[in-house]
Design a protein around this ligand. Sequence first.
Ligand code: ATP
Ligand code: MG
Length: 161
Amino acid sequence: MAKIFSIASGKGGVGKSTISCHLAKSMAGHGEKTIIIETDCGFRGLDIILNTDQIVYDIGDFVSGNCELVDAIQPVENFDHLHFLPASTNFEQTLNHKDLLKICESLKNIYDNIIFDLPSGYAMTAKTKNISDIFLIVVTPDPVCIRDASMFVDFLRNEKC
Ligand SMILES: Nc1ncnc2c1ncn2[C@@H]1O[C@H](COP(=O)(O)OP(=O)(O)OP(=O)(O)O)[C@@H](O)[C@H]1O
Ligand SMILES: [Mg+2]
């Protein structure tokens, strides 16, 4: 059964995608089957970070019914145990909690680790809150970023959210 990680932050550009990739590569390097799910629709970036340029289908195609989930999952060069599911390039694409739950249900018995690389802010984080086993809140040594992170932890601990 996969362990589900969400990499989040209040502030943007703090290193979430970088950490997601390094964490995933480390896990895969230890032989753990790992997938990164990119959820920042409109701002795909993991294809560049992971050096995978031949993307035909993405997460948006799957949730829209244009392809099977397996068609959108990409291998990562030099990492036998690492895959990723790219975000859509469509800014209007939305992912809801039900979509993410369905994806996790389909993948949880195949992978050891599922890593959600989230966009900054609460909106997408709220959708993975009840799905994730572990949240990593990324901060830089910037007082604004640290306060945002502190508010973020309160948000994640608030059962009403
Ligand atoms: N530890 C680091 N030291 C220096 N630069 C870094 C470090 N981590 C990430 N960067 C750089 O900071 C920029 C933003 O990183 P990244 O895309 O991982 O952030 P992000 O939190 O995912 O951003 P976004 O909120 O836009 O998704 C990138 O150019 C990346 O190369
Ligand atoms: Mg990112």
